[in-house]
Design a protein around this ligand. Structure first.
Ligand SMILES: *[C@@H]1O[C@H](CO)[C@@H](O)[C@H](O)[C@H]1NC(C)=O
Ligand SMILES: *[C@@H]1O[C@H](CO)[C@@H](O)[C@H](O)[C@H]1NC(C)=O
Ligand SMILES: CC(=O)N[C@H]1CO[C@H](CO)[C@@H](O)[C@@H]1O
Length: 398
């Protein structure tokens, strides 16, 4: 089965998607892609060299085939991604992509993205270039926090994202996990594309250095060079769609198979926290470390944790125990409570002697992480820091 699959995948030149560790779900995604041959099948006016072995159906043979309209000429990451998203949906999986600025042709399309000067979801018109367009995720959907102006990628994601993820993950559209992924993929994939397309800087002032390898830039580089003989963009557009599609699917797989399962672990630990320490301020991940920070912040809100959690404990690869401080926020190096000041930068026996806790390995000079050879030792380091902070609240917090 794998041989058949990889042969089929070779056909669309995405063989690198397959590696031995891929879970069944991604294989399923790949299979559905290959049978559809979505990324090279029927974009308009692509020469026969780039066609799959399946001959393209002439349109007359299927009058119900849908049409996705977008602009021609130079392409950008946002409409490429929007087209990729749409082609993953059952209603557009066989759709032809019509790239034109001709309004008569666009009017015949079932859905139009990034061109046409209209935003009207009821008629499936999703342009963001008109002066009147000022929408962000937050303005259209007030329970969401993102205020970045939308591009055609964000617009299509907003309207079809749940259906898209349900299609790609086999989760139900009303599954809470799907909701979490929907937010995550906007924040960590699509929002960047929206911002760059709309020319929104990441921060004020001059950047210290240039990031030139992000997805939008790489899509840009697939356009013809200014001085190349052929200015044809069809092949580049096709490649770009394949590239953004692969990256989106990889990212979705990562968030679904690696990041999301950590949520259950963190939730379990939050619920059990009073059994680790009566303060409820310590979490224990007995199976080892996992991506816990974001989940912890989200779950504290969701589960209405009254006293903020200060430390997490988990075994490292050597079977020793780590004690890590919970930061004050997601994007800060400040901690809610740092390990005792006098322990910082001290190691092994010297630290054990100083603390009176056996088996100490280290406390980082930054005070945000420490180690002990045993779970009890790590727990003791956390408890002693909590006690010291209770006696003198200013102590330790930094
Ligand atoms: C024609 O296209 C529609 C919509 O894409 C699809 O559901 C249907 O199966 C197609 N019919 C044939 C004969 O290919
Ligand atoms: C875009 O399409 C229009 C109408 O279909 C055509 O007149 C124009 O030359 C095309 N522009 C480019 C850059 O391909
Ligand atoms: C306080 C405490 O339990 N410290 C432990 C740290 O790790 C060493 C090695 O396992 C133990 O011997 C200590 O008891």
């Amino acid at each position: 089965m794998r041989r058949v699959l990889s042969a089929a995948v070779n056909l669309i030149k995405t063989e690198s998607l397959i590696d031995s560790g891929k879970p069944a779900r991604v294989v399923r995604i790949l299979k559905s892609q290959t049978s559809r041959c979505s990324l090279c099948g029927d974009i308009t006016r692509i020469g026969p060299r780039y066609m799959s072995s399946q001959p393209k159906r002439p349109r007359a043979e299927n009058m119900t085939a849908k049409k996705i309209g977008t602009h021609n000429g130079t392409f950008h990451c946002d409409e490429v991604l929007a087209c990729f998203f749409l082609r993953q949906l059952p209603q557009y999986k066989d759709a032809e992509i019509i790239r034109t600025r001709d309004l008569t042709q666009l009017a015949e399309c079932d859905i139009v993205v990034d061109v046409g000067g209209e935003f009207d979801p009821k008629r499936h018109r999703y342009d963001h270039h008109q002066r009147t367009f000022v929408e962000s995720f937050n303005s259209l959907c007030p329970e969401k926090p993102w205020v970045t102006k939308l591009s055609s990628a964000g617009l299509v994601y907003m309207h079809f994202g749940r259906q898209l993820l349900a299609q790609l993950t086999q989760l139900r559209e009303d599954d809470r996990q799907l909701d979490v992924l929907y937010d995550k993929l906007y924040e960590n994939f699509v929002e960047e594309v929206d911002a760059i397309d709309n020319g929104i800087s990441q921060y004020d002032g001059e950047a210290r250095y240039t990031v030139s390898t992000m997805l939008s830039a790489r899509v840009g580089h697939l356009n013809p060079r200014w001085n190349s003989k052929s200015q044809d963009t069809q092949e580049g557009f096709r490649k770009a769609m394949q590239m953004v599609g692969k990256e989106f699917l990889d990212r979705l797989d990562f968030y679904q198979s690696s990041w999301l399962p950590a949520r259950v672990v963190v939730e379990e630990a939050v619920k059990m926290r009073h059994q680790v320490d009566p303060s409820g301020e310590l979490l224990l991940f007995s199976q080892g470390g996992c991506p816990w920070k974001e989940h912890l912040f989200a779950l504290e809100k969701e589960l209405q944790v009254e006293t903020p959690i200060k430390f997490v404990l988990y075994p490292d690869q050597n079977g020793h125990w780590r004690i890590q401080c919970v930061p004050a926020g997601l994007n800060t190096f400040q901690n809610r409570l740092s390990l005792l000041e006098e322990w910082r930068g001290i190691r092994d026996d010297a630290l054990s002697e100083l603390s009176g806790i056996k088996g100490c390995i280290f406390v980082h000079t930054g005070g945000f992480i420490g180690g002990n050879k045993s779970q009890e030792g790590a727990l003791e380091m956390a408890r002693r820091t909590l006690q010291a902070a209770a006696q003198s609240p200013a102590n330790g917090s930094s």
